[in-house]
Design a protein around this ligand. Structure first.
Ligand code: BES
Ligand code: MN
Ligand code: ZN
Length: 486
């Protein structure tokens, strides 16, 4: 979709539909110029009570050649005092999905009223762009649909607005890119396919190195390789570098289990098809690095995707096995289904040697994450107050909210093994935080934050601007965090 900013009178810009947002109780006077050309139509619809401005309400009017836009779409924003960026994202999502459904190709949004409320029109656009995402890979009739081709924001194209629009377009495209990777089933999104995708985003400003099984062995990645043993698909330990700034890099590690059957500790069959989304962390990291490079963010980044399937093949790891991780710590495998922390342990150990200034891992790590927080928040744990606070603030702004969980030293007892340095499962009790605690042991004194996205990376129902399926969670959060970082 082509997004433009134009300084023009609303009634003079030809389009399939002109979007006019309005709060509850607002009158047609908010759009005097348009109203005056419409022979009383706008006032009539509002005064009749047909359009009351409730949040998400839509009223479509045909303009019958009285003005250039073929239609007007009134969009309710709810109560004036309650308008927020998120309310606008939601309204934008609803609006653009509706316009898509009626076959509109060319739409415009009047920005003046939003500005009068001290709101930027950009979140409305953002919600719209996210809502238009559709996974089209496997059905011809989906692939053939064209959708909305042009969106014109009517307002003054100053540099602040242009930058903000450009940011919204790039970050929503990145989130939608991540959704595509996650929605792709595991037979097509293998570790090899993920490595190929990494190389394709790497052209130009990003360098990509892929460690094969033998290379990972030389690096001492016994934990990562133990997960890969049960599968015929070759594992890939993918490392990306983007250098746009100065100083030590920030390392982003994304859990990339392209399918998690549980291994020998096999999962119940019901719902197992969803375990293709166990690489949502890796998808987010790829999308973030791609967007950072495209926008030339002034940061240095390392991305790490430890990619493998977790299957119960004949050579699979078994409960009770002990493996040695990169730093030399030994791990007793209690459950082969607690594979995420195994691959992350080696990723953290590997990246620590490059002395990044911070490590952020993002992972669909525990079922307990959604037990605790439902599908509304990312669970966050870490050892660095400033980093935790910055991520929390970045998440609130984009409404990819994070909620901090504790890492009390008493949790050490839960992950102590009788025969090795650690065990990979402390059982059911506290399993969201004991997973975090396990990772903390590998981060050591390196500033580190863990984001558990198990509850937020997938949605079973359509949400205001996120369709059923992969959500692209973490992408906008991390990009917003990196933007402020400089
Ligand atoms: N990938 C799963 C966690 C998960 C579950 C993500 C449901 C999304 C939805 C992870 O590898 C896992 O199986 N975790 C186990 C750990 C347990 C064995 C300690 C869990 O949470 O049940
Ligand atoms: Mn698992
Ligand atoms: Zn998993």
């Amino acid at each position: 979709m082509n997004v433009l900013i134009k300084d023009i009178k609303e009634r003079d810009l030809a389009s399939d539909a002109l979007i006019l947002p309005l709060c509850e109780g607002a009158s047609e006077d908010q759009y005097k110029e348009i109203a005056s050309s419409l022979n009383g139509l706008l006032g009539k619809v509002i005064r009749s009570g047909e359009f009351g401005g409730k949040h998400g309400q839509l009223s479509l009017l045909h303009t019958m050649n009285m003005i250039k836009p073929v239609r007007l779409l009134l969009v309710g924003l709810g109560k004036k005092g309650e308008v927020s960026s998120e309310k606008l994202r939601q309204a934008g999502g609803k609006t653009l999905s509706y316009l898509y459904s009626i076959g509109a190709k060319d739409v415009s949004l009047s920005g003046a009223y939003l500005l009068s409320l001290n709101q930027s029109p950009v979140p409305f656009l953002e919600g719209g762009l996210l809502s238009l995402y559709k996974f089209k890979k496997y059905r011809k009739e989906d692939a053939d649909v064209k959708g909305i081709e042009r969106f014109t924001l009517i307002g003054k194209p100053d540099s602040a607005l242009s930058n903000s629009v450009r940011w919204a377009v790039a970050t929503t495209a990145a989130a939608n890119f991540a959704k595509d990777l996650v929605n792709t089933p595991s037979n097509d999104m293998t570790p090899t396919a993920l490595a190929k995708t990494a190389r394709s985003i790497g052209r130009g400003k990003v360098s990509v190195k892929v460690l094969e099984r033998a290379d990972a062995g030389k690096e001492g990645m016994g934990a990562f390789l133990s997960v890969a043993r049960g599968s015929m698909e070759p594992p890939k330990f993918i490392v990306l570098r983007y250098n746009g700034g100065k100083g030590a890099p920030i390392a982003l590690i994304g859990k990339s289990i392209t399918f998690d059957s549980g291994g020998i500790s096999i999962k119940p069959g019901e719902g197992m098809e969803k375990m293709k989304y166990d690489m949502a962390g890796g998808a987010a990291v790829l999308a973030v690095i791609k967007a950072a490079a495209e926008m030339r963010l002034r940061v240095n980044l390392i991305g790490v995707l430890p990619a493998t399937e977790n299957l119960p093949g004949g050579s699979a790891s078994k409960p009770g096995d002990v493996v040695t991780s990169v730093g030399g710590k030994t791990i007793e495998i209690i459950s082969t289904d607690a594979e995420g922390r195994l691959v992350l342990a080696d990723a953290i150990g590997y990246i620590k040697k490059m002395r990044p200034k911070a490590i952020i891992d993002i992972a669909t790590l525990t079922g307990a994450c959604s037990v605790a927080l439902g599908n509304e928040a990312i669970a966050m744990m870490g050892n660095d107050r400033a980093l935790l606070d910055r991520l929390k603030a970045a998440g609130d702004e984009v409404y990819e909210r994070v909620w901090e969980m504790p890492l009390y030293e008493e949790y050490m007892d839960y992950v102590k093994s009788d025969i090795a340095d650690l065990k990979n499962s402390g059982g059911k009790t506290g399993s969201l935080v004991t997973a975090g605690y396990f990772l903390k042991e590998f981060a050591g004194d390196m500033p580190w934050v863990h984001l558990d996205i198990a509850g937020t990376a997938w949605t079973e129902k359509d949400r205001p601007y996120t369709a059923k399926g992969a959500t692209g969670i973490g992408v906008r959060l991390l990009l917003n965090f990196l933007k402020e970082r400089k």
